[in-house]
Design a protein around this ligand. Structure first.
Ligand code: ATP
Length: 373
């Protein structure tokens, strides 16, 4: 398979895709574009429609309405075997009565490829997946869970799909093995240039692996963006809370101009009460909003000194957890706002439970969005 570095062409284009199971709307008009060679992660709470969306791309489900194109060709009505896709499932789907070589070569046998060519391609996949050649004659039950999942990945790639659909392929593995296979997936993606659409429950995995993340809830897409965008500039409080721990300070937006957004807060001390427009969500209205600050961007400021922080908030430390490389603190403001923040670990703790401190953060590190976005 040739390595392609082009990320510009759209490989998958989904427009206003709807799917109802009886009266239940599992997909409510989903639009998504995945570029050639891109690694896209699909995340969202259980039952939000991630697998249903993947099955539509693979051809295992047909939509109630909408269009789905791969490489510019309309796919609705095209059976799975005729789509340039391959799907890897969460639960292993290896054939127990077939050897590793037979399992990997199965899609090629279906296509009636000549035996010597099948053998050559199977050997190439074994090397690519860093499986030992002596495994070729083994049966799935003679392999570990991680090795079996590598075989499943090899089988999904042997027919050189344009689009690899991964439905939580690593979720059944233990943490250590999962980390190894995450690195493998990233390496494969880099070396093959195949487009990946990867469903995962593991947000860290999505952040680590994906070029872009698509966040779904209840059959709808809430946000699509680079991991940084999703983490630091979420579209709304749901996305903010879904991806990692965060602080949401209630504020009121008082003015919205191109030059900046004015806000009012009951307790955050800010000399200007304005933030640059770029630090607020695109869709914004005056009224109730949240100022989001991630835990690692809040610091302990020295009392009474500005310390160079744009925003300050007095609080009392309520909990602390020494996590090795970092210390996580919990604090409460005088109005009862709970705050979580994390600092690099030091041999001397900067504060203890019960201490009154001033917390500080910079405006470059905040993001504003409406309460009901
Ligand atoms: N064949 C079906 N018939 C009826 N309802 C279905 C069918 N397939 C899926 N659903 C429903 O559609 C919704 C979305 O299911 P889906 O499997 O896509 O969710 P998911 O986001 O992948 O969840 P999970 O993370 O738990 O795997 C669920 O409420 C599910 O019960």
């Amino acid at each position: 398979m040739a390595r392609t570095d082009t990320h510009d062409a759209d490989l998958l284009e989904i427009v206003d895709l709807k799917k109802s199971f009886g009266s239940y709307e599992a997909l409510k008009g989903v639009s998504l574009t995945v570029r050639q060679g891109e690694f896209m992660a699909l995340v969202g709470p259980s039952g939000c429609g991630k697998t249903t969306l993947l099955k539509h791309v693979a051809g295992f489900e047909e939509p109630t309405a909408g269009t789905l194109r791969i490489d510019g060709k309309e796919m609705v009505g095209v059976p799975p075997a005729q789509r340039p896709t391959s799907m890897v499932f969460q639960r292993l789907a290896l054939f127990p009565h077939m050897t590793v070589a037979q399992n990997i070569g199965f899609p090629l046998k279906l296509r009636k490829m000549a035996h010597p060519e099948i053998e050559a391609r199977v050997r190439a996949m074994i090397t690519l997946m860093e499986l030992r050649p002596e495994y070729l004659g083994r049966y799935p039950r003679q392999l570990s869970g991680g090795e079996q999942q590598r075989v499943a990945l090899a089988r999904s790639m042997v027919s050189e799909p344009k689009l690899l659909l991964l439905d939580e392929p690593l979720s059944a593995l233990d943490v250590k093995l999962k980390k190894v296979l995450q690195a493998e997936l990233k390496r494969l993606h880099r070396s093959l240039g195949v487009t990946f659409l990867h469903v995962t429950h593991d947000l860290e995995e999505a952040m680590m692996l994906a070029d872009r993340i698509c966040v779904m809830r209840a059959g709808e897409i809430l946000q699509i963006g680079r991991p940084d965008d999703i983490y630091y500039r979420p579209a709304n409080a749901f996305v903010a809370g879904f991806i990692g721990e965060t602080n949401l300070f209630p504020v009121d937006i008082t003015s919205i101009e191109e030059s900046g957004v004015g806000y009012r807060s009951g307790e955050i001390q800010d000399a200007t009460n304005r933030v640059p427009r770029a630090l607020a969500a695109k869709v914004l209205a005056e009224g109730a909003a949240h100022m989001m600050v991630r835990p690692e961007l809040i610091h302990i400021a020295r009392s009474g000194v500005s310390g160079g922080f744009d925003c300050r908030l007095p609080a009392s430390i309520t909990e602390l957890f020494v996590k090795g490389g970092t210390i996580q603190y919990r604090a409460r403001s005088s109005l009862g706002q709970d705050i979580v923040f994390e600092m690099p670990g030091t041999s001397e703790r900067p504060a203890d439970i019960g201490d009154k401190v001033e917390l500080g953060w910079n405006k470059a590190d905040i993001f504003l969005f409406c309460t009901e976005a």
